[in-house]
Design a protein around this ligand. Sequence first.
Ligand code: 0GY
Length: 314
Amino acid sequence: MNFEKTPGWIDWYAGPGRPKFQVPAGSVDAHCHVFGPGDEFPFAPERKYTPCDASKAQLFALRDHLGFARNVVVQATCHGADNRAMVDALLHADGKARGVATVKRGISDAELLALHTAGVRGVRFNFVKRLVDFTPKDELLEIAGRIHQLGWHVVIYFEAVDLPELWDFFTAVHDDLATTVVVDHMGRPDVSLPVDGPQFALFERFMREHSNVWSKVSCPERLSVTGPKAIPGATRGEQAAYRDVVPFARRIVEQFPDRVLWGTDWPHPNLLDHMPDDGLLVDFIPHIATTAELQHKLLVDNPMRLYWPEESKG
Ligand code: 0GY
């Protein structure tokens, strides 16, 4: 099937640089996607964007190039609740990938079990209005109850301004069902606001008061206003690309070192200003996890505990 890309779509960065920062052995890229290829795995009719193709082979090549050992492939909204492309990637990864699916209420126990066998360990609930249509909360709670029995967790994606309204729902998933909840991209803070301001304080409170809430400290390229250009010769923090995101991510890593994950977000859907060099994104890591111990937790111990608990030493 031939799909026309969304106007203005920027394809993922071909030929990323080799990072200067060497990730620890066994590191996990805990947030990335596959798109199609569209002629093999058609995009969903209800999608809000049509991407370029981004295949499993291209994802695995990037993994090796950046020095990662494993991937967590997160179902992208352009595939709706049709998880076939993501599952196909898991099944061809030689055990080096696990997945996060999108499921609907009507899914059978046998289908859930098949996803589990393929390596799925979580479901994603998306509250970003430009990406998905609204799903009633009782449907999400029902799904959360079912997947909890498989030992899966819930991944949530929302914008910071929506956290007050979603608070009670997230707390119900977390407290009533005792399910681990993983927040994508720190709940998308507005990084032009102060890191000490009320918006980010609410997110920190969310993590502090709920001991099973984790955060991906990912996507500086999505959150940044200052962009990829570092200030040459500046202080260490300002030498980072996406430097305005550093204080936010660093604060989460340092407060909650055992509940943070990192991912490339390759192939970076819906970036309409610039496409990041994934090598540069890896070089962002030591700015937010500043010691070898923090880096090891972020890239190895934490994702292994969540996605490969049977192999985890932590
Ligand atoms: C991300 C971010 C985005 C898209 C999706 O599933 C998706 O379509 O997650 C976005 O547009 O902000 O994490 O990939």
